[in-house]
Design a protein around this ligand. Structure first.
Ligand SMILES: Nc1ncnc2c1ncn2[C@@H]1O[C@H](COP(=O)(O)OP(=O)(O)O)[C@@H](O)[C@H]1O
Ligand SMILES: [Mg+2]
Length: 274
């Protein structure tokens, strides 16, 4: 196996990917945390940016409140540089920029700022060269925080729950992506669609998966994340599922997703080729 190029070797900015879907409970946070951890496990430098005021990704990575005194809130208000808010996690190569509940006030506090949608892009710019991948976990809305993430991103990763309304939700996020492309970020790509909470005992899961693949083709990852109880238990232990139970179906699926994703990016040579 060839040795992955390390972040910072080339000085090129790492890929910035927003994990977004305006619907809550579809697996955004679960996918952001577990994909970030699996990519870090594969030897890449990864930063997870928690843009959701609920802070679930921050909690999932085991950061208690004491470690959130400096957060993305201070960064977006321009009080501290992003680098000063980044915290290490227990996973090697994985850092987090934590959220706090105050983030929910950003919408109001930045209302008068004409450049408010570019705050995250500008804040993360100086950091990006230190990472191979920056994953941004978005809140379940299409407000100023999600728009900031989309305006900053190279690509958007869309988790879709295998349920009846999945396609409806998909067209809404796709319309938002289009709007951001026409506005602040013409190069924004659809990084991929991840089918989550797949239940093989449920015919509807298969039908939804087939419909989404018919509609979005190769942009849908082949790896499907199964409904797996270990995935839902892991957050309360402050661990990614791959750390909580490396052998469970959920951990295997996220490790597989990480390999598929890195393969799509062109594997370990991506940075050298760039
Ligand atoms: N594949 C899965 N199997 C079982 N439970 C899951 C799975 N993915 C997510 N969950 C659970 O579903 C809930 C919602 O997931 P979450 O990632 O928080 O969604 P979102 O960030 O989109 O709101 C959480 O309790 C999470 O633990
Ligand atoms: Mg979430």
């Amino acid at each position: 196996m060839s040795v992955p190029a390390r972040a910072g070797e080339t000085g090129a900015p790492g890929r910035l990917v927003a994990v977004a879907n305006q619907k809550g409970g579809v697996g955004k946070t679960t996918t952001a945390v577990n994909l970030a951890a699996a990519v870090a496990e594969a030897g890449r430098e990864v930063l997870l940016v928690d843009v959701d005021p609920q802070g679930n990704a921050t909690t999932h990575l085991g950061l208690g409140h004491a470690k959130r005194r400096v957060s993305l809130y201070d960064v977006l208000l321009g009080r501290v540089p992003a680098a000063n808010a980044v915290q290490p996690t227990e996973i090697a190569n994985l850092a987090v920029l934590p959220s706090v509940v105050d983030l929910s006030a950003v919408e109001v506090e930045l209302a008068q700022d004409a450049e408010r949608n570019l705050r995250l892009r500008n804040a993360l710019e100086p950091l990006r060269a230190a990472y191979d991948l920056v994953l941004v976990d978005c809140p379940p809305s299409l407000g100023v925080l999600t728009v900031n993430a989309l305006a900053a991103a190279d690509g958007v990763l869309i988790p879709l729950q295998c349920e009846f309304f999945a396609l409806e939700g998909l067209s809404m996020i796709l319309r938002t992506v289009d709007r951001v492309r026409r506005g602040s970020n013409p190069k924004l790509k659809i990084e991929g669609i991840v089918l989550t909470m797949y239940d093989r005992r449920n015919n509807l899961s298969d039908q939804v998966a087939a419909d989404v693949r018919g509609f979005m083709g190769a942009r849908v990852f082949e790896t499907v994340i199964p409904r797996n109880v270990r995935i839902s238990e892991a957050p309360s232990y402050g661990q990614p599922v791959g750390r909580y139970d490396v052998q469970c179906a959920g951990a295997i699926a996220y490790a597989h997703l990480a390999r598929e994703y890195l393969g799509r990016l062109g594997g370990p040579d991506r940075r050298r080729a760039a």
